[in-house]
Design a protein around this ligand. Structure first.
Ligand code: BJW
Ligand code: ZN
Length: 264
């Protein structure tokens, strides 16, 4: 499929669903998970952020998230985020349906103006109480005064020991954790339902900047394909989605999307 064939398809699309991953935020300066930069100290970020680490040492995990929140604070949406927000606006204006499913926890799609968004893996800026499950927005850096200056990613950094008193607390007294989804944890039911529905019901499924290795997100393009949608991939590299894709646009999302979606 050439760019013009894609654009003709887009013009005739009634319902567009987009799935994004870490690659869409790479040009905002946020490292991807499985690329260079996916390490914190000697830990692979995806292995560190787990229910097992949380149960063993919540202070260590908060040290990691404290660092990550600090380094994300000044990150801004890039042309890929803005292109997706603009195409949504155009679809709305024409009474066509649009939904964006993101695996990212950085909230940059929302900052760019996207409205119909499912954050499958939660948000770095939401906390959840381990006792009463209340979810609250929180942008404090440091997360509590005890974490001031902590969390250096340097492998030689001295590991601090945090006590229960140092951790952020809910009004009910329970400990607060990041409202994100770790491996082995279930996604919120409403997010699962919305993602499945948007994948099943669309006629064009656009997959941007994800390695498509992590389920259930990785299975959505197959659901879309089996339901009759055209599947189109924008990625720097070949990915697992290529097995079901109708066409690939290789390259950087921030360079390809504004042009492909004709919003530049
Ligand atoms: C660019 C670019 C540029 C770069 N432009 N492109 C079925 C089969 C097998 C296993 C399972 C299964 N169902 C569930 C599982 C278990 C597990 C899983 O999938 N394991 C696999 C590894 C095999 N899934 C889960 O546990 C999920 N829970 C669940 O399903 O519950 C029920 C259940 C549990 C257990 C068993 C069975 C059922 C939960 C998954 C949670 C994922 N969480 C994380 C961490 C979030 C919080 C945090 O970070 O602190 O989410 S892991 C991490 O990976 C993060 C990401 O959202 C996610 C996906 O990564 P993504 O976005 O694809 O990033 P990368 O780095 O992999 O790829 C970047 C891509 O961008 C690359 O392709 C680049 O080329 C590209 N790129 N620059 C365009 N400029
Ligand atoms: Zn609580």
């Amino acid at each position: 499929m050439s760019k013009s064939a894609f654009q003709e398809l887009l013009a005739n699309t009634r319902r567009l669903t987009v799935l994004t991953g870490a690659g869409v935020s790479a040009e905002s300066g946020i490292p991807t998970f499985r690329g260079a930069g996916g390490l914190w100290r000697t830990y692979q970020a995806t292995e560190l952020s787990s229910p097992q680490t949380w149960n063993r040492d919540p202070g260590l995990l908060w040290e990691f998230y404290n660092y990550w929140r600090g380094s994300m604070r000044d990150k801004k949406p890039n042309p890929a985020h803005y292109a997706l927000a603009e195409i949504e606006k155009r679809f709305r204006k024409d009474n066509r349906l649009f939904h964006l499913i993101t695996q990212n926890i950085d909230d940059l799609h929302l900052e760019a103006g996207s409205q119909s968004v499912t954050r499958m893996h939660g948000s770095l800026w939401l906390l959840r109480c381990c006792q009463c499950s209340l979810v609250t927005k929180n942008q404090d850096i440091p997360i509590t005064p005890a974490f001031e200056g902590s969390g250096s990613p340097d492998p030689k950094a001295k590991q601090s020991k945090f006590s229960k008193e140092d951790l952020p607390k809910c009004y009910c007294g329970g400990i607060l954790r990041p409202h994100v989804v770790w491996f082995g944890e279930s996604l919120a039911l409403e997010d699962m339902e919305k993602s499945h529905e948007a994948s099943r019901e669309c006629d064009l499924f656009l997959v941007v900047g994800t390695s498509a290795l992590v389920y259930p997100a990785a299975g959505l393009s197959t659901i879309a394909k089996r339901s009759g949608a055209k599947v189109v991939v924008v990625n720097l590299e070949p990915t697992a989605t290529d097995e079901v894709s109708d066409f690939n646009f290789p390259g950087k999302a921030g360079e390809i999307l504004p042009d492909l979606l004709m919003v530049n």
